[in-house]
Design a protein around this ligand. Sequence first.
Ligand code: BT5
Length: 258
Amino acid sequence: MLEEINYEYFESVDSTNDRIKERAREGAAQGLVISAGTQTAGKGRVGRKWESPKHDSIATSILLRPAEIAFESIPTVTVVAAMAVRDALYRLYQLDGKIKWPNDIVLDGKKICGILTEMEMKDGKADFVVVGIGVNVHNKDFDDEIAFKATSVDLELAKTGSKIVRGSRAELTKAIWESFKKYYNIFILTEDMSGLKEEYERNLANIGNRVRIEAQENSYEAIAKGIDNSGQLIVEVDGKEQIIRTGEVSVRGIYGYV
Ligand code: BT5
C-alpha cells in the first residue's frame, strides 16, 4: 500500500526520474515525490526527449518500493498512473482527457501529459520503481516538432471558456499524486486492473475505432477493443484478438497523432 507522500521541489534538475533513482539508491522510502520547475534532460520513452520549459509545466516523479507486486505487473503501473492524471485534470478543471494507451493523456487530439515508468533490479527482483509524470500547464506554444500534437491545461481551459483561467502547478501536482494513491492502492489489492478496467476503458481514446499499430518492422491497422487485466491493449486484426504489450509499439488513430 502507498500511504504517506512526501513532497520535495527543486527549481531545476536534469530529470526528476533520475533524482528519485539517486535517492532510492541511498535508501529513501516509498512515497517520496520530487518535482522541478524545469528539467535540463527530461526523458521520454526509449531515449526520446521530454520538453519541460521553466515554470510552464509539471515534472514530477514518485518512488515506489512495490515489494508486494510481481515483476510482470510493473508495466501496469504506467496504466494506473494515466488514470490518476486523467482523474486529477477532471476533478480540478473539468478537463475531460482521454487516455492514449499506454502512457499519454490527450485533450482535443493533443498530448497534455506523458508518463515514464522505470525500474531498478536487485538480486533478480524489482528493488524500486519510479513513475515520472510530465504535464503541460501554462505552455502557450511549443517547439516546432511537437506544436501539432501538444497542448496545455491553460490552452484547453481557454477553449472551454472556463472560469478557472489558469491552472496551478502545485495544486495539480498534489491532486495527481492523491489520485495516484487511490488507484494504485486498488491495483495493489489484486495486482491487476480488474478493479479499474471499467473506468479505464470509459476513458480510453480510440476504443472501438481503427488504430495503427506501429511495430519496429511493420505497421498494420487494427480495432482497439480495450485492455486485459494486466493493462495490455486488446486489438482485433482480421477478426482475431491480439494483445499488444507496453513498450512494444506505438498505437495511433489512423487520422493523426491520437
Ligand atoms: C513520454 O514519452 O511521453 C514520457 C514523458 C515523461 C516525462 C516525465 S517529466 C517527469 C519525469 N522525468 C523525466 O525525465 N521524464 C518524466 P514518449 O511516449 O516517448 O513521448 C515522447 C515524445 O513526446 C517526444 O518524442 C515528443 O514527440 C513528445 N513531447 C516531448 N515533450 C512534450 C511535451 N512537453 N508535450 C507534448 N509532447 C511532448
